[in-house]
Design a protein around this ligand. Structure first.
Ligand code: AMP
Ligand code: GLY
Length: 423
């Protein structure tokens, strides 16, 4: 099979490494890819938002399957463009990717189908939102309706902060059109868990659980980022929690989408908060998590191409999804200053140390080739993942391997997986 992956971050490198293991694969392309992906795929310089160009490339090269990594092209309808040209593509159509693209939509869906989540109100007018916030309990959560690179969520501890947040989102349009509508949501406390699931429209099969660390600094301080590190499995996602979610969340969501005429095929990523009253949905994403994919995919035993094809063909019930009985930890190596201002273009040393080591991975996120060097080219530079027999061993190895890498302005959190010590 000839396969095209759309995207160029750590998640897409993890997908590419996994696809490269498939005996079905004859040729792998990635658009636009990055310096690490270039080691297992042919990178094609087409940006992820150039849907027609991507589809034309797929037609020209006779691509048998395209896998879409990032949220933007999915929400903007890249799958529809590919399907119109008769191409096979793994990911939800535009009318289903809205489950990630609009928080107002996903909250409405959960309310209508009684899927457990935080109580909320939606506003299209900032004055009404501010009026509502005068009489609310604090802390409270403000969410820009649309995509905002994981930054459109504000947790406000008092009214003045919330009023400023409403102005920033709805009036100053800090997140652009994503702030045309605002969701105001009850603040929940508990452990967060990410559960990614394959979906074929009717069947949903969950992968092993993971936990992300969204804040930039140790101790969950600092700004929200795309994710600074992950571990898998989450020991807090117990059999009991899984049973609850199976009963009240996963299949319900898929059935709800179908009932709304928005059949969901691809990856449904359910962000859960394990509250005292039970698991509740924090958010839905319509794609693999980044860096969740970097800990989940290395543990997956199945052939990813086979599973993607089963999703497209509505045959997911025929697949027995299996994961290794071990653990994985990913530490993100970032550029000092991320997620705000940072410098790039620094030479990365130490990547050769990963060669030939089965349980260690250096997934490239923001990297590029410059002459013979690989240099930093983004806020999140590399995802260093290690597998071990348990979470502690995986974490020790991941930090050991993170030390093999050197570049100017290297920054990482030192406490990825700290929660493991509490069990
Ligand atoms: P989201 O993009 O909706 O996942 O939100 C980003 C992050 O904000 C989540 O991972 C949580 O840490 C936090 N968050 C979102 N909604 C809530 C909520 N209702 N209560 C507490 N924290 C939240
Ligand atoms: N790591 C969270 C996300 O991919 O949205």
């Amino acid at each position: 099979m000839k396969v095209l992956i759309i995207g160029g971050g750590g998640r897409e490198h993890a997908i590419a490494r996994k696809v490269a293991l498939s005996p079905k694969l004859s040729r792998l392309y990635c658009a636009p890819g990055n310096a690490g992906i270039a080691e297992c795929a042919q990178c094609v310089a087409i940006p992820v938002n150039e849907h027609e160009k991507l589809a034309d490339f797929a037609v020209k090269e006779g691509i048998d399957l395209t896998i879409v990594g990032p949220d933007d092209p999915l929400v903007a309808g890249v799958v529809d463009v590919f399907e119109e040209k008769g191409l096979r593509v793994f990911g939800p159509r535009k009318n289903a990717a809205i489950i990630e693209g609009s928080k107002a939509f996903s909250k409405e869906l959960m309310k209508k189908y009684q899927i457990p989540t935080a109580t909320y109100e939606t506003f299209e007018n900032s004055k009404e939102a501010i009026e509502y916030l005068k009489n609310s309990n604090y802390p409270i959560v403000l969410k820009a309706d649309g995509l905002a690179l994981g930054k459109g969520v504000l947790i406000c501890t008092h009214f003045d902060e919330a009023a400023d947040g409403v102005k920033a989102i709805m009036e100053d349009k800090q997140f652009g059109a994503a702030g045309d509508r605002l969701v105001v949501e009850e603040f929940m406390t508990g452990r967060e868990v990410s559960v990614l699931a394959f979906c074929d429209g009717s069947h949903i099969v969950t992968m092993t659980s993971a936990q992300d660390h969204k804040r930039a600094k140790d101790g969950d301080e600092g700004l929200n980022t795309g994710g600074m590190g992950t571990f898998s499995p989450s020991p807090f996602y117990t059999g009991e929690v899984d049973e609850f979610c199976r009963k009240y969340i996963y299949q319900q969501t898929l059935d709800a989408m179908k009932a709304e005429g928005r059949e969901f095929k691809g990856i449904l990523f359910v962000g859960l908060m394990l509250t005292k009253e039970g698991p509740k949905v924090l958010e839905y994403n319509a794609r693999f998590g980044d860096p969740e994919a970097q800990v989940v995919l290395p543990r997956m035993k199945n052939d990813l191409l086979e599973v993607c094809e089963a999703c497209i063909d509505g045959q997911l019930d025929k697949i027995d999804l299996e994961f290794e009985d071990n653990a994985a930890v990913c530490v993100i190596l970032a550029s000092e200053g991320y997620p705000e201002h940072y410098e790039k273009g620094f030479v990365i040393h130490g990547l050769d140390a990963f060669k030939g080591k089965d349980n260690y991975y250096a997934f490239h996120a923001g990297t590029k080739l410059s002459g013979n060097d690989i240099v930093t080219n983004g806020g999140r530079v590399l995802g260093v993942t290690a597998k071990g027999k348990d979470l502690k061993e995986a974490r020790n190895r991941a930090y050991e391997a993170a030390g093999w890498i050197g570049y100017d302005n290297k920054y990482m959190r030192k406490d990825i997986g700290k929660a493991i010590d509490e069990i």
